[in-house]
Design a protein around this ligand. Structure first.
Ligand code: AMP
Ligand code: GLY
Length: 424
């Protein structure tokens, strides 16, 4: 079988790596891919949002399954276009991708179908939002409605901070059209977890649990990023909490999708806040998390190709999904300046010794080749991911590997997985 993976980050590297282990997969293409992906797949000079060129390639090459990594092509309707052209593709259509593409839609959906979530109000007028912020008082969370690469959410401890964030979104248009609407939300205190499911719209397969580290600095300080590290499983999700999440979040969500006429085939990622043992939904994503996919896919024992193909064919009930008992920890190494403007073109040293290893993987996020040397080209450069018999061992293995890698201005958090270790 021939597979095309769309995207070029650490998540896509992990997806390609896992697909390459399937006995059914003969060739993998990746658009655009990156330097790490190029070692195991054929990378194409096609951007992830160039839907027409991607479809042309899939037709020309006779691709059996296209797998979409990032949210941008999903919300732009790549699945609708491929399905219309009778090409098999994994991911939700445009109507399903709205769960991530519009925070206003997602919050209204949660309210309509009774999912536990923070109290909120939505605004299209700057003045009304400002008035509301003054009335409510801090702490508050201000969210741009549309896609903002994980950077359009501001957790504000004072009203002034909240108003500054509102200005950035609605007056300075920092996120363009994505900021024409905002959600102003009650601030929840608790511990976060990422809960992903795979669905063909009839069967729901919960994936292994995980936890992300959103902020740039240790101790959950500093601005939000796309994610600075993740581990799996997340011990904060005990067996009883898992059942509770399935009952109070996933079941009503699936019922809601059906009622809305959304035939969702793909991954749904619920970003949860666990407050006093109860789950609240902070956000939905319509795809695998990045970096959560890296540790999760390292723990996956089953054949990813079979799982994704079955989801597109409505046959998920026939698929058994199993996980390694090992834990996995991923530490993201980022470029100096990220999540703001960051440096590029720095030579990365120390990657060679990880070739061929199966328990420690260096997933590339933002890398490219310059005069045959691997250089940095993105904000999140590498996702150093290791397995271990428990989280503590996996963490040690991951940081041991991080210490062998070097580029100018590299930054990483030193406290990835500490919350889990405290619980172990
Ligand atoms: P989101 O993209 O909505 O998940 O928001 C990104 C991050 O902002 C989350 O992972 C949380 O760390 C934080 N966040 C979002 N909503 C809330 C909330 N209502 N209360 C506290 N923190 C939040
Ligand atoms: N790690 C958070 C996300 O993928 O959105």
């Amino acid at each position: 079988m021939k597979v095309l993976v769309i995207g070029g980050g650490g998540r896509e590297h992990a997806i390609v790596w896992k697909l390459s282990q399937s006995s059914r997969v003969d060739r993998i293409f990746c658009a655009p891919g990156n330097t790490g992906i190029a070692e195991i797949a054929e990378c194409l000079d096609i951007k992830a949002d160039d839907i027409d060129s991607l479809l042309n390639f899939a037709k020309y090459e006779g691709i059996d399954l296209t797998v979409v990594g990032p949210e941008v092509p999903l919300t732009a309707g790549i699945v609708d276009t491929f399905v219309k052209a009778e090409r098999r593709i994994f991911g939700p259509d445009k109507s399903g991708a709205r769960l991530e593409g519009s925070k206003v839609f997602a919050k209204d959906f949660m309210r309509k179908y009774g999912l536990p979530t923070a109290e909120y109000k939505t605004f299209t007028s700057y003045h009304h939002a400002e008035e509301y912020i003054r009335l409510k008082g801090a702490p508050l969370v201000i969210k741009a409605d549309g896609l903002a690469a994980g950077k359009g959410v501001f957790v504000c401890e004072t009203s002034d901070e909240a108003i500054d964030s509102l200005k950035l979104i609605m007056k300075e248009n920092a996120f363009g059209n994505a900021g024409s609407k905002v959600v102003v939300e009650q601030c929840l205190k608790g511990e976060e977890a990422s809960f992903m499911i795979l669905t063909d719209s009839k069967t729901v397969v919960p994936l292994a649990t995980s936890q992300d580290h959103k902020t740039i600095f240790d101790g959950d300080k500093g601005p939000n990023t796309g994610g600075m590290g993740a581990y799996s499983p997340a011990p904060v999700i005990t067996n009883s909490l898992h059942s509770r999440i399935m009952k109070t979040v996933i079941d009503p969500m699936m019922k809601g999708l059906k009622r809305e006429g959304i035939n969702y085939r793909g991954v749904i990622y619920a970003g949860l806040m666990i407050c006093e043992g109860k789950p609240y939904v902070l956000e939905f994503n319509c795809r695998f998390g990045d970096p959560e996919a890296q540790p999760i896919l390292m723990r996956l024992e089953s054949d990813l190709f079979d799982m994704l193909k079955a989801a597109t064919e409505g046959r998920l009930k026939d698929v058994q999904v199993t996980w390694k008992d090992d834990s996995a920890v991923c530490v993201v190494i980022s470029s100096k300046g990220y999540p703001g403007t960051y440096e590029k073109g720095k030579v990365i040293k120390g990657l060679d010794e990880f070739k061929g290893k199966r328990n420690t993987m260096i997933f590339h996020g933002g890398t490219s080749l310059k005069k045959e040397r691997i250089v940095t080209s993105g904000g999140r450069v590498l996702g150093v991911t290791a397995l271990g018999k428990d989280i503590q061992t996996a963490k040690q293995n991951a940081y041991k590997a991080v210490e062998k890698i070097h580029f100018d201005g590299m930054h990483y958090r030193k406290d990835i997985a500490d919350k889990a270790i405290k619980r172990e």
